[in-house]
Design a protein around this ligand. Sequence first.
Ligand SMILES: *Cc1c(COP(=O)(O)O)cnc(C)c1O
Length: 369
Amino acid sequence: MPKAKETTLELDLVALEHNYNYIRTKLHPSTMFLAVVKAFAYGSDSVIIAKKLEKLGVDYLAVAYAREGMVLREAGIKTPILVLHAQPSNYSMIIKYCLEPSIYSPRVLREFLKASKVEKQKAYPVHLKFNTGLNRLGFWENDIDYIADMLTNREELKIKSIFSHLAASEDKSEETFSNHQINSFKKIAREFNSKLRINPFMHILNTSGIFNYPEAQFQMVRSGIGLYGYGNEAKYDAELLPVATLKTVISQIHTIEPDESVGYNRAFKAEGHKKTATLPLGHADGIGRQYGNGKASVLVNGVEAPIIGNVCMDMIMIDISDIECNEGDEVIVFGKGHSAETFAAGANTISYEVLTGISQRVKRVIIGA
Ligand SMILES: *Cc1c(COP(=O)(O)O)cnc(C)c1O
């Protein structure tokens, strides 16, 4: 791998393919695969990742918002795209770009019926989301009669799937609750199918759901974080490969005398002689202030170096007192060899947050294309 000469987010498409193939080994051959590419494909690059996933043969893509789907269509992506949090103000955009909305309440169902009528649609594909305990978005079981009434003798919509989302799929101590959600979902599906006399496909599992509740695959699963190399559990992290590696370089090395301070508000005070390095990335690049003051570490020539003092907008300082290194040397912030999960854990957060937080200012470099 060529060494980084500036801050870059390296995206490894071979790792993506490996993760996809690994997750597929947990599925029945007939289970459809929806790849979640919301939030710039978890902070990486949605177009490049979606194109690769399309080549790998995923059945569906999902984004959170309509605009994210529009970007993929404009880049030539042909795979069906589910919009998880479609909003009425974007329904004409959704129809224009052939995106498939999640419909999650009586209000948005009425709004989408209106929009599809205005746009003269017939059998427009939609997906109905049911709430089984996450209490975030979704119809309730007792909305089924209303849905059935609304859709009788209407031909604008075709319900392609019904789905739900687990609240704690990664958490073994919540197994009883997760199984309860799965059973509620089955009950909803039975009632829904008998009242509407249709048989849409079903899905409820995210990445950790695939690993922990494989019996609940139904006809499709929805994986995000696993594709990007993290499995919410050491056992799965060991099988997956990080797609994104955030690299930077040492801009300058400083020798700090005892009692001198480093950075804004003098947050780091040297107790003895110290050597520090300044790196060209900061909170504007997605490394928030919560990672400062010793909470997270980066990797310099294979050795962990804590971030010291307050994170600045465009820079961080690290303690390299015991590390052999020079100005211009490459530094791994997280990724290969230094898990984003570990980096995140130091600041009490999760891989999802650190990955999706990497800002658009950081240059993306694709490897393994
Ligand atoms: C983000 C999201 C997913 C993907 O979850 P991972 O844990 O990243 O696999 C699946 N389903 C829904 C509804 C989501 O919002």
